[in-house]
Design a protein around this ligand. Structure first.
Ligand code: MG
Length: 502
C-alpha cells in the first residue's frame, strides 16, 4: 500500500514538475529614459508632448505617482537600477563616467541580466550604457550579463558637437558638448561600428535591433530581457526625418516622439510574436530634467528643481508597468523605486536573488493586486556623496525630510533660487508633506506639533539605522582617467582623438 502511495505521489509530483517546466517565465522589457522629468509625458500632464505609445502603456497598465530613482545623475542612477542597490555601495560616485574613465560598475556586482541568465533568459541591451568602458571594454554590457549590445557606451554629449545635428542636417546642435574628446562611437557588442555615430539613423538601428531580438527569442521559445536605456531626451536632443519638427514642443518633443515610436514598434512586435500577454514592460527615467538647458532640458511638472539635486524634481520620475491580462489598469500612489525592479523581476521569474545587501523590495503586490508597497522609506544622496555628510534627504511614508539641501548649476535658470543655492545644513531638518505639498513649498513647523516631533524622532532612528548599514564602495570614478582608453575605431592612428573616424 505504501509502495502504491509512493508511486501515486511520484506521478503527481512529476505532473507538477512537468507543468512548471511548461509554464513559460515572463519576459521583461525595461525602458529607461534619460533626463526625462515627472512632467514630460502626455500621460503625466505635459500639454504638447506626443507620446501615444507611452500613454498607451499608462492607460492599459499601472501608472505610479510616487516612483523614485536613487540619484539625480546618469551613472549612479543606472547602477542602482541594474543592481537593486544604492550606487554608494557599488562605488558609482561622485558624478558620472567619461569616455576615458578607468573604472566602471564593478564586475562583482550582479546585474538584472546576470541574475536572469541562469534561468535561460536571452538578454540584450540597446542604447546608452554609461556604466564604464575601461581597458579593452572591461565594463561594457557584454561583461555584465548581456548577450548582445548595440549602443553608445556613455552620454552622447560626451563628444564633439559636429556630428550632433538636428534634422535637417544644417541645423547645428544648440549649446555645448565636450569638444576635446573623441567622436561618439556606436558599438555592437565590443566592436565600434561607426565613429562618429550617425544620429539621424540611430533610432532605426535601435528599433530594428530591439524588435529582431524579441522576434528571435520568441521563435526560439526563450524567455528574454530587453533593456533599452535611450538617449533621446538628454541634451542635445536629436530626431530623425520622421519625427523632426513633428511635435508642437520643439526639439525635446521631437526627440521624445522618436523614442516613443520605438516603444510602439516594440509593442507591435510583442503582439505579432504572441508575447504581449507574457511580457512585463516597465518604463521610468534615470533622473529629472536638466533645467539649465531651459526649454530643451525637460520638465519636472509640479515638482521642485531638477537634475543634480535631491529635491523631488531631481529624483521623482514617471513609472509605468504594463502587462496585459496580469496588471489591471489604474494609478497607484504607493512608494516604489528603481531599486525594486531587480527583486520584482527575480520574484516573477523565480530567480535567485544576489547574495549581497540589497536595497530593493519586491513590488509584485503593487503590480498584480494594486496592493500596498513593502517600501516605507527612500534615501537620497547627492551626486558627490560622502560618509561624513551621509544622506541629504529621506522620504518616509508621505513625508520628505531634508537634512541638507544643495542646488546645482544643472538645475539653475528657473525662478526658484533654491535650485542653484549652495550647500545648506538644516537643523531641525526641513519637513514637507508631499501628499498635500508635492512642490516642497511649505515646510512644516514642529512647534506645537507633538505628532510631527515623534515622527521626526522615528525618522532620525531610521536614518541612523540605515547609515550604520551603508558601506561605501571604493569610488570607481575617483580611479581617474587615462586618455589611452577612449574608444577609437582606428587604435593606431594619430593624432588622437581627431583621427578616430571610420
Ligand atoms: Mg540622465
Amino acid at each position: 500500500m505504501r509502495h502504491k502511495m509512493n508511486q501515486i505521489t511520484f506521478a503527481f509530483l512529476s505532473v507538477l514538475l512537468f507543468s512548471s517546466c511548461l509554464a513559460s517565465p515572463p519576459n521583461f522589457v525595461l525602458l529607461f529614459a534619460d533626463d526625462l522629468g515627472f512632467g514630460d509625458l502626455g500621460c503625466y500632464g505635459h500639454p504638447t508632448s506626443l507620446t501615444p505609445n507611452l500613454d498607451r502603456l499608462a492607460a492599459e497598465g499601472l501608472r505610479f505617482t510616487d516612483f523614485y530613482s536613487t540619484c539625480a545623475a546618469c551613472s549612479p542612477s543606472r547602477a542602482s537600477l541594474l543592481t537593486g542597490r544604492y550606487h554608494t555601495r557599488s562605488g558609482i560616485y561622485p558624478g558620472v563616467f567619461y569616455p576615458d574613465s578607468i573604472g566602471g560598475l564593478p564586475l562583482n556586482e550582479t546585474t538584472i541580466a546576470e541574475m536572469l541568465k541562469p534561468l535561460g533568459y536571452a538578454t540584450a541591451a540597446v542604447g546608452k550604457w554609461h556604466l564604464g568602458y575601461g581597458a579593452n571594454g572591461t565594463y561594457l554590457p557584454t561583461r555584465q550579463g548581456f548577450d548582445q549590445y548595440l549602443g553608445i557606451p556613455y552620454s552622447h554629449d560626451q563628444g564633439p558637437c559636429h556630428n550632433l545635428t538636428c534634422f535637417p542636417p544644417d541645423v547645428k546642435c544648440f549649446g555645448f558638448c565636450n569638444k576635446d574628446t573623441v567622436a561618439v562611437p556606436l558599438m555592437h557588442n565590443k566592436s565600434i561600428t561607426q565613429q562618429p555615430v550617425h544620429f539621424l539613423d540611430l533610432e532605426r538601428a535601435y528599433s530594428d535591433f530591439a524588435t529582431a531580438f524579441i522576434a528571435a527569442s520568441a521563435q526560439k521559445k526563450q524567455p528574454f530581457f530587453l533593456y533599452y536605456p535611450n538617449h533621446h531626451t538628454h541634451y542635445p536632443q536629436y530626431a530623425g526625418p520622421e519625427t523632426a519638427y513633428q511635435s508642437l514642443r520643439g526639439p525635446y518633443g521631437d526627440a521624445l516622439m522618436e523614442f516613443d515610436s520605438t516603444v510602439g514598434n516594440i509593442l507591435s512586435t510583442l503582439e505579432k510574436t504572441g508575447q504581449i500577454n507574457n511580457t512585463l514592460v516597465f518604463f521610468t527615467s534615470d533622473n529629472g530634467p536638466e533645467l539649465w538647458r531651459m526649454s530643451r532640458g525637460g520638465n519636472a511638472g509640479p515638482l521642485k528643481c531638477g537634475k543634480a539635486t535631491t529635491y523631488e524634481g531631481g529624483v521623482r520620475e514617471p513609472g509605468i508597468a504594463f502587462w496585459p491580462g496580469t496588471i489591471t489598469p489604474g494609478v497607484t500612489h504607493e512608494l516604489a523605486s528603481t531599486l525594486d525592479i531587480l527583486p520584482t523581476f527575480a520574484g516573477l521569474a523565480g530567480a535567485k536573488l544576489p547574495q549581497v545587501q540589497l536595497d530593493g523590495v519586491d513590488m509584485t503586490d503593487i503590480l498584480v493586486k494594486h496592493g500596498m508597497s513593502k517600501r516605507e522609506f527612500m534615501m537620497f544622496y547627492p551626486m558627490n556623496p560622502s560618509e561624513k555628510f551621509g544622506m541629504f534627504a529621506l522620504r518616509f511614508w508621505n513625508y520628505k525630510v531634508h537634512f541638507f539641501t544643495c542646488g546645482s548649476i544643472k538645475s539653475s535658470t528657473t525662478p526658484d533660487r533654491d535650485c542653484d543655492a549652495p550647500l545648506k545644513a538644516h537643523y531641525p531638518p526641513l519637513i514637507f508633506d508631499l501628499d498635500s505639498d508635492p512642490s516642497e513649498n511649505y515646510p512644516l513647523s514642529l512647534v506645537g506639533r507633538p505628532d510631527l516631533q515623534s515622527l521626526l524622532a522615528k525618522i532620525l532612528k531610521v536614518k541612523a539605522q540605515f547609515e550604520a548599514s551603508m558601506v561605501f564602495g571604493e569610488s570607481q570614478i575617483r580611479r581617474g582617467a587615462d586618455p589611452a582608453l577612449v574608444p577609437c575605431c582606428n587604435p593606431q592612428c594619430s593624432p588622437k582623438p581627431s583621427c578616430c573616424q571610420c
